[in-house]
Write a protein that binds this ligand. Structure first.
Ligand code: KIV
Ligand code: ZN
Length: 502
């Protein structure tokens, strides 16, 4: 009989923990709701003890998510477990996820504990978590570099203390697929009650084998896979959710199971996450890269036209990439735009639709057709022109030999402010002028990235920047066919976010 292979998403915890992937609470909630539409069985919303902000984001997600379990991470200590429980206790299906390291190197150098003390901790932490919440996951950090016999004792103890899910992490991405397979098989044979709990794998990608290792774990009997959207995560990342799910769907027979993921939401989820962290997929990224379903060579094109299966093992539509039957352009009305956005899986209010309509009209003065990527960029940028400061106008003069100069007009609560500044290039001049208006709120520009949303020299340019003010960092984004305007909008968007955090 086919079994249900559960998907545990940790984009909001292990993914968000990675450098340049931080998200604000509203962005986390937006992703959590999308993960719910995607159909993940459980989402790990964060590590509540790590900061008051992390606690309140997890709490907000727990209160808003109905159809997926919501997990919170805790080290195997009472304070962490209390924080995790308090953050998720209002969820429809809460889960406490507690962990401790079990490898010799982690026990000796990080924990400074003897194996027997670790076992004592496992027992105390899991039974305490179980006294608060019926659904407790226990992870043995660095399991793949732990002594297998010790791991058996650890998991025996956790199950006896009430763990309902046992997770086997390849924390440093060290394992090879065959080793993962053998380890899970061995644990099934040796651990008492292993077949009565969910057995999970959690693989990191340091050697590029996170997906292969996870799938090997599933073939050996694991019933849950921990993964992140786009493979975000510490160092080289975690196993990519979209790759795991499509591998199980495409080669289901080998795994004897299926996931409950609504694959048609994959493309959208991936785009949303990339958009929020201000990155984009490598063009050859499996499943969600721009070339994943593209065919350039004549032989391949001919083959695909004759029979799609010659060179495609998956359908683009299955991950939610739909080909438009309608062409959006200058003469498109609100209805056509609404239909296309709905086909692409977006929900919107009447007010948002009116603003997309205005943007389509503006953009079609500059280019003939509006692509799905253009529409998508408009959706993701809908909120980004609101906030304390607004751009009224700008004027830039630049040349190869002289400093650039920018005059910028911005408003705050209806009051117009104008400043002029020089700079090393037009963007530097504009940012210097904005700094004068905003009293140098931004103390450092950490990152600046620009990419074109679609093809052609009339494409929309999207700028993503990271700003710092003291200890706070935010991402700002701006969208326009004029890249100086995108850059200015991104900077103002970042400054407005810094003000929201004050
Ligand atoms: O990689 C890891 O070991 C983890 C644990 C906390 C599960 O992320
Ligand atoms: Zn991890």
């Amino acid at each position: 009989m086919e079994r249900h292979i559960k998907i545990f998403d940790t984009t909001l915890r292990d993914g968000e923990q990675a450098p340049h992937c931080s998200m604000n609470p509203a962005e986390k909630l937006e992703i959590a709701k999308q993960l719910e539409s995607l159909g993940v069985d459980c989402m790990e919303a964060g590590f509540p003890i790590s900061s008051p902000g992390a606690f309140s984001s997890v709490e907000m997600i727990a209160k808003n998510i109905k159809d997926s379990q919501v997990a919170a991470l805790a080290r195997a200590v009472q304070g962490d477990i209390d924080a995790a429980y308090n953050a998720i206790k209002h969820a429809v299906s809460p889960r406490i996820h507690t962990f401790i390291a079990t490898s010799p190197i982690h026990m000796e150098y990080k924990l400074k504990m003897k194996p027997e003390q670790v076992l004592e901790n496992v027992k105390n932490a899991v039974s305490y978590a179980h006294s608060l919440c019926g659904n407790v996951e226990f992870s043995a950090e660095d399991a793949t570099r732990s002594e297998p016999e010790f791991l058996v004792r650890v998991f025996d103890t956790a199950i006896k203390a009430g763990a309902t899910v046992i997770n086997v992490p390849d924390t440093v991405g060290y394992s090879l697929p065959e080793e993962m397979y053998n380890l899970i098989k061995y644990l099934y044979e040796q651990v008492d009650g292993f077949d009565r709990v969910d057995v999970s794998v959690h693989c990191h990608n340091d050697l590029g084998m996170a997906v292969a290792n996870s799938l090997s774990g599933v073939r050996a009997g694991a019933t849950q896979v921990e993964c992140t959207v786009n493979g975000l995560g510490e160092r080289a990342g975690n196993a990519a959710l979209e790759e795991i799910v499509m591998a199980i769907r495409t080669r289901g027979g080998l795994f004897g199971g299926y996931t409950k993921i609504n694959t048609k939401q994959i493309n959208r989820t991936s785009r949303m996450v990339y958009n929020i962290i201000g990155q984009s997929a490598a063009i050859n990224k499996p499943i969600v890269g721009r070339n994943a379903f593209a065919h350039e060579s004549g032989i391949h094109q001919h083959g695909v036209l004759a029979a799609r299966e010659t060179y495609e093992i998956m359908k683009a539509e299955d991950i939610g990439i739909t080909k438009s039957k309608l062409v959006i352009g200058k003469h498109s009305g609100k209805h056509a735009i609404a239909d296309r956005l709905t086909e692409m899986g977006y929900k919107f209010t009447e007010e948002e639709l009116s603003s997309y309509y205005e943007k389509v009209k503006d953009l079609s003065d500059k280019r003939k057709y509006i692509s799905d990527s253009d529409l998508e960029a408009m959706v993701y940028n809908r909120e980004r022109t609101s906030g304390t400061y607004k751009l009224e106008s700008f004027d830039v003069h630049t040349s190869q030999t002289e400093s650039s100069v920018c005059v910028i007009k911005m408003s705050r609560d209806g009051v117009i402010m104008e400043k002029v500044s020089l700079g090393d290039g037009p963007i530097n001049a504009a940012y210097n002028a904005i700094d004068k208006i905003t009293n140098n709120l931004c103390t450092e520009l950490l990152n600046y990235d620009i990419h074109s949303v679609s093809d052609g020299n009339d494409a929309l340019g999207e700028v993503t920047i990271k700003l710092r003010s003291g200890s706070r960092t935010v991402t700002g984004r701006g969208l326009s066919t004029n890249i100086i305007e995108s850059s200015i909008l991104a900077y103002i968007n970042g400054i407005n976010k810094l003000i929201e955090l004050e």
